[in-house]
Design a protein around this ligand. Structure first.
Ligand code: GTP
Ligand code: SPV
Ligand code: MN
Length: 619
C-alpha cells in the first residue's frame, strides 16, 4: 500500500508540516483516497464532478450545482472562535475553550469521510510576494469535491505555495468535513454542525455543511476570522470584510483607492464591479481590486495605509445581478468563464440558468426548468409557476456565482501587485431604510472608528437570520469577529494611528426608502460613484460640504449630477438629517457600545462629542 507521505510527495508536497497534518487527519476521518489539488487540476476535477452528477453543465465552460436545501448560508449561531484564553471572549465571537472544542470536532469528524476522497488543498490568501504573505499560507483538507472547485477559483492553489518556507510550520491548518447533511438537525436545538476557528492554534475545523464560507476555508474562516486574530496578535495588520476599488480620474491623471465595509449581501460586489455612469465615463474609470476581504497595514516607508485583497475570485450574490445593475458581473460569469453557480434555477435541456432579477420576469416557457431545490417548475400548480409571491421564488436568495478575478472586466491591471494600494478613503454602509443620509464624511480617526463600530443595518439572507431586522454590525465584521470588540477598536486606533497620512472616513447609504411607497430614494449602483467622487473632492479641498454632528454632508450643487436621472426631491431628502431619528440612534449606540468591555476612551469621547452635538443641532 502507498503511504500517505508517498502520495503527497508524488503530488509535489514537500512541506513536512503538511504531510504530518494530513497523516494525522486521515487517521481521524478515514478517507478512502487522498488527492492533492492544484489549480492545474481544475479541468480534470470538473470532468469528474460532471460525470458523477455533482455539478451540471451550464453552457460553454460554466457549471451549476445545488447544495442541500437546509444548507444554503452561513450559520452565525453555529460558528465559534476558540482559544486557550478566556479573555479572548467578545460579544460576537462566540468564544469557546480551544481544547474542548478541538476534542468535540475530532469526535464529530471521526470516521466521517469513510468511502470518500480527502482533497488536500494547499493555498495562498495573498498575491505572491506580499509583505503579509507569511499570514496567508494554509492547507485545507476536505471530503467534498465541489470545495476544491470553489477554492481554485477563490484562492491561489498549489503545493508550491507551501514548499520552501523559512518556517514550514507557519501555516493555517484547516479541516472541512461535510457530514451527513440529511441528519444534522440544522436549525434545531439538536444541531450537529459546528464551524470552529481555533485561533491561537491557527487551526480551522468545520463540520456539517458544504456551502460557501462554511466549506471554502481559505475565504472567511482564514481570510477574515483567523487573519483578524493574527493581525491583532502580531500587531501587524487588520483584516476586514471590505471591498477595494480604484477610481481613476483620467483628466487629473490620478487614481484614488477606496475600501470599505458593508454587511453581507449589501452591495460590496456591486460597488467593486461598478462602471462609471455613462455621462462620467469619459473622465472616470473604476477598477476592481476586491469585493469581500481587505487586509490593511501601514507602510513605514511612506507612512500610508495600504490595502490588499487576499482572494483570487468572487463569490457573489446572484439575485438581482443583470446587465443594468451589474454588467461587469454579467461579463465575469458569462459562458467560457468557468464560473460555478450554486442554488440558482436551471434548465438541464437548454443548460440555461436563471435567478430572480436576472430578467424582469421568469422565462416565458417553464418547460424543463428546475428550481434551486431541483424540483420541476412544471410540477407546481400553474398559479405558482411564475408567481411573484414569497416562497415561490425559483432561486435561493443567497444563491451565488464563483468566478476568478481575471474574468472581471474592470479588474485592476495591477491586482496581483504584492505591494497593495495606498488607501485614500474608508467607507462604511449598510441597508438602512431611514436616518442614514447618502453620505457623511468624517476626518477624525477616533470618530471614524466609532462610526464603523456603530454601523447598523438590516439583516440579509447571507446568514440564517430574519431578513430586514435592524442590527449593529461593527465594521461589517460581526459574523467574522474573532477577538473582543474593545481590543478590536484599540487595534484599529493603533494600526491607523501609525499612518502619517490618514484616509478620510465616510458613512454611505444607498438604501433609504420613501416611507410612503417604499421606493429607493437613490438610484444606487453606478450612481454610487457620484457620492464617492464628492468624498474625494472633499478630501482634496475642492468642496466644503456642510458640517453636522455626524459628519460633513454634501451640498446638492457639490455633487456631480451630469446625466443623473434620479428624483430631486428624493435627493434633497437623503441629504437631510432626521434629528428625531438621530436622537434615538444615539441612545441605541450607547447601549450597543456599553456591551463591549474595555472600549478605548477615545471611542467614548467620540460618542459623547457626537451625542452632544446631535442634541444641540436638534434644538
Ligand atoms: P457578501 O458577498 O455577502 O459579503 O455581499 P456583498 O456586500 O458583496 O453584496 P452584493 O454586492 O452581492 O449585494 C447584494 C444585494 O445588494 C443585491 O441584491 C443587489 O441588487 C443589492 N445592491 C447592491 N448595490 C445596490 C445599490 O446601490 N442599490 C440598491 N438598491 N441595491 C443594491
Ligand atoms: C458573506 O456571507 O459575507 C459572504 C459569503 O461573503 S460566505 O463566504 O459564505 O460567507
Ligand atoms: Mn462577505
Amino acid at each position: 500500500m502507498v503511504s500517505v507521505s508517498d502520495t503527497l510527495k508524488a503530488a509535489g508536497v514537500e512541506n513536512p508540516a503538511v504531510i504530518d497534518y494530513v497523516e494525522k487527519w486521515a487517521a481521524i476521518t478515514e478517507p478512502e483516497h487522498i488527492e492533492v489539488v492544484s489549480a492545474e487540476d481544475d479541468e480534470r476535477l470538473v470532468q469528474a464532478a460532471l460525470a458523477d452528477g455533482e455539478i451540471f453543465p451550464a453552457g460553454k465552460d460554466r457549471y451549476y450545482s445545488r447544495s442541500y436545501y437546509k444548507d444554503t448560508a452561513r450559520s452565525e449561531e453555529r460558528t465559534v472562535v476558540a482559544t486557550h484564553w478566556e479573555k479572548d471572549a467578545g460579544v460576537y465571537n462566540n468564544w469557546r475553550d480551544a481544547d474542548t472544542t478541538t476534542a468535540q470536532q475530532v469526535q464529530r469528524m471521526r470516521g466521517a469521510s469513510k468511502g470518500k476522497t480527502m482533497y488536500v488543498i494547499p493555498y495562498l490568501m495573498a498575491p505572491v510576494g506580499s509583505p503579509l504573505e507569511r499570514w496567508a499560507r494554509g492547507v485545507e483538507l476536505t471530503d467534498n469535491r465541489t470545495v476544491p472547485l470553489h477554492m481554485i477559483r477563490m484562492a491561489r492553489v498549489g503545493a508550491k505555495y507551501l514548499n520552501d518556507l523559512e518556517d514550514p510550520n507557519h501555516l493555517v491548518r484547516a479541516v472541512h468535513v461535510t457530514g451527513d447533511l440529511e441528519n444534522l438537525g440544522q436549525g434545531t436545538p439538536d444541531d450537529q454542525r459546528l464551524f470552529a476557528t481555533v485561533a491561537d492554534d491557527r487551526t480551522i475545523l468545520h463540520f456539517g455543511s458544504s456551502y460557501g464560507g462554511n466549506a471554502l476555508l481559505g475565504k472567511i474562516a482564514h481570510g477574515l476570522r483567523q487573519a483578524a486574530y493574527d493581525g491583532w496578535a502580531s500587531g501587524e495588520f487588520l483584516s476586514e470584510q471590505f471591498m477595494l476599488i480604484g477610481i481613476k480620474d483620467k483628466k487629473a491623471g490620478r487614481t484614488y483607492y477606496v475600501c470599505g465595509g458593508f454587511p453581507s449581501a449589501s452591495g460590496k460586489t456591486n460597488l467593486a464591479m461598478m462602471l462609471a455612469p455613462d455621462a462620467l465615463g469619459d473622465r472616470y474609470e473604476v477598477y476592481f481590486y476586491g469585493d469581500d476581504i481587505v487586509w490593511l497595514w501601514v507602510n513605514p516607508e511612506d507612512g500610508r495605509v495600504y490595502g490588499m485583497n487576499p482572494e483570487y475570485g468572487a463569490f457573489g450574490v446572484a439575485k438581482d445581478t443583470n446587465y443594468t445593475s451589474n454588467p461587469t458581473a454579467m461579463e465575469a460569469i458569462k459562458e467560457g468563464s468557468r464560473t460555478l453557480f450554486t442554488n440558482v434555477a436551471y434548465n438541464p435541456k437548454t443548460e440555461e440558468l436563471w435567478w430572480e432579477g436576472k430578467t424582469p420576469d421568469y422565462p416565458e416557457d417553464v418547460t424543463g426548468w428546475v428550481d434551486w431545490k431541483g424540483e420541476k417548475i412544471s410540477d407546481r400548480p400553474v398559479e405558482r409557476q411564475r408567481s411573484k409571491a414569497k416562497g415561490d421564488e425559483w432561486t435561493h436568495p443567497n444563491s451565488r456565482f464563483t468566478t476568478s478575478l481575471s474574468n472581471v472586466p474592470n479588474v485592476a491591471p495591477d491586482y496581483e501587485d504584492p505591494r497593495g494600494v495606498p488607501i485614500d478613503a474608508i467607507i462604511f454602509g449598510g441597508r438602512v431604510r431611514d436616518r442614514e443620509p447618502l453620505i457623511r464624511a468624517i476626518r477624525d480617526l477616533a470618530e471614524g472608528v466609532y462610526d464603523g463600530l456603530t454601523l447598523g443595518a438590516e439583516a440579509t439572507f447571507a446568514a440564517e437570520a430574519k431578513e430586514g431586522v435592524l442590527r449593529y454590525d461593527p465594521m461589517s465584521m460581526r459574523p467574522f469577529m474573532s477577538y473582543p470588540e474593545g481590543e478590536y477598536a484599540r487595534h484599529w486606533l493603533k494600526i491607523l494611528g501609525q499612518a502619517k497620512h490618514l484616509p478620510i472616513f465616510a458613512h454611505v447609504n444607498w438604501f433609504q426608502k420613501d416611507p410612503e411607497d417604499g421606493h429607493f430614494r437613490w438610484p444606487g449602483y453606478r450612481d454610487n460613484l457620484r457620492a464617492l467622487l464628492w468624498l474625494l473632492d472633499l478630501k482634496e479641498g475642492r468642496v466644503q460640504g456642510r458640517e453636522t454632528a455626524v459628519g460633513v454632508l454634501p451640498l446638492v450643487e457639490e455633487l456631480n449630477l451630469d446625466g443623473f436621472d434620479g428624483d430631486r426631491a428624493d435627493l434633497d431628502a437623503i441629504l437631510t438629517l432626521d434629528y428625531q431619528r438621530w436622537l434615538e440612534e444615539i441612545e441605541h449606540r450607547r447601549e450597543h457600545l456599553e456591551q463591549f468591555e474595555n472600549l478605548p476612551e477615545e471611542i467614548w469621547q467620540a460618542h459623547r462629542r457626537v451625542a452632544k452635538q446631535v442634541e444641540e443641532e436638534s434644538r
